[in-house]
Write a protein that binds this ligand. Structure first.
Ligand code: TYM
Length: 380
């Protein structure tokens, strides 16, 4: 019998069957032809595309057509500031930056300070604002083009979009959001209205919007695609990734409420070492002797999965790691050590850039070319 799993924007549980999700949500798999097409434009391929961590899409082919015709497109992604960010949260941002570098397009980054205040019973508005600031530093550290990127908080930018927002809201009824998001009679009315806020940035330009995000955000886009054309806009396109697996095993996703499942962007070298050695789920055998004899299983080994999907870009190296691990030549401890070194290197760089980001917040929010343009716009 197939294992039960659950994926919503607020919860991921169980072993996700991605093929089933693609079918149920109505996405398409990114096939080799599409990857070749991207490569023809971008020259090189990001590791997350090459290894199909970004694996599903809607209208990515049409987005590439628009690009080739010179009509262009824009990118949109976001973050709900409910706490510190972990490695998994950062991944769609790194991919978005890669797309921005290659296609030279605008990026809009929504910080849903309203959503997280409304959703979490135990989070005050002030705490959400604090996390919004902290998260924006992490996002800026990714290195987006400051003149082609606009980072905005819903609570601040709402005045520029309110007329358009209520046009969206008028097209969504309670029974729809109940069915799509599982809202109940007891759900607060802020949450019931919120989906219109996550949809509105898809209309920031009269071009196709491409959304790089994990597949948990998909319910919003299904609603967007049903109403966009009736308001005179494009149906949004998406390029969707899987969930970076929690340290503790390949089911579910890293979770803020279970600290041992995640590596936080602020973790120290000591914390990284301790967590990986203690919690990282291993595909190895219980004893060295058995491991040498039967080898490890990279498919379920979290360290291998993290290296494969993001941290080890070199195809030769990852192939060698896979072979050695599978054959039993490489032990789990050695594999963990490889990941630890990669994580420390990555996070040291991130932390340095994050420090510098403190001086750049006003640029991405207000003073960069795109930010200035956006504050002068009113969306009717
Ligand atoms: P949030 O803050 O839950 O997540 C931020 C981004 O990270 C993705 N994500 C993951 N990706 C890979 N592995 C994981 N384990 C993992 N966990 C989370 C999410 O899919 C998301 O892309 N409501 C949104 C904020 C938002 C948004 C958007 C996101 C507003 N507009 C447009 C994407 C696109 C939220 O709370 O995301």
């Amino acid at each position: 019998m197939a294992e039960e799993f659950k994926v919503t924007p607020w919860e991921v549980e169980g072993k996700v069957d991605y093929l089933k999700l693609v079918k149920d949500f109505g996405l398409k798999l990114i096939d080799d032809n599409l990857i070749k097409r991207i490569q023809q434009i971008t020259g090189e391929l990001n590791v997350m595309l090459r290894r199909k961590f970004f694996f599903a899409h809607r209208d990515l082919d049409l987005t590439l057509n628009d690009y080739e015709k010179g009509q262009g497109f824009f990118l949109y992604t976001g973050r709900g500031p409910s706490g510190p960010m972990h490695i998994g949260h950062l991944i769609p941002f790194h991919f978005t930056k890669w797309l921005q570098d290659k296609f030279k397009v605008n990026v809009y980054i929504e910080i849903t300070d309203d959503e997280k205040f409304l959703e979490k019973d135990n989070l005050s508005y002030e705490e959400v604002q604090k996390w919004a600031y902290e998260n924006v530093l992490d996002i800026i550290a990714v290195g987006f083009d400051p003149n082609k990127t606009f980072i905005f908080y819903d609570s601040e930018y709402i005045k520029n979009v309110y007329p358009l927002l209520i046009k969206i809201a008028k097209k969504i009824n309670f029974s729809l959001v109940k069915a799509v998001f599982g809202f109940k009679e007891s759900t607060n009315i802020g949450m019931i209205f919120f989906p219109s806020l996550q949809i509105v940035p898809t209309f920031f330009e009269k071009k196709r919007c491409l959304i790089p995000a994990s597949i948990d955000q998909d319910p919003y886009w299904r609603i967007q695609r049903d109403l966009a054309e009736s308001l005179g806009y494009y149906k949004a396109a998406m390029i969707s990734c899987k969930f970076f697996p929690p340290l503790t095993g390949i089911t579910g996703k890293m979770s803020s409420s279970k600290p041992e499942t995640a590596i936080w962007l602020t973790d120290s070298e000591e914390q990284i070492k301790r967590k990986v050695f203690r919690y990282a789920f291993s595909g190895g055998q219980p004893t060295v002797e058995l491991h040498r004899k039967y080898g490890g299983n990279p498919e379920i080994d979290v360290c291998f999965q993290w290296l494969y999907n993001f941290f080890e870009e070199n195809d030769e190296k990852i192939k060698k790691i896979e072979e050695d691990y599978r054959s039993g030549k490489m032990l789990s401890g050695e594999l963990k050590q490889i990941l630890i070194e990669k994580l420390i290197e990555f996070l040291n760089k991130h932390k340095e850039r994050r420090e510098r980001a403190k001086d750049l917040v006003h640029v991405y929010k207000y003073e960069g070319d795109l930010a200035k343009e956006m504050w002068n716009k009113i969306y009717l």
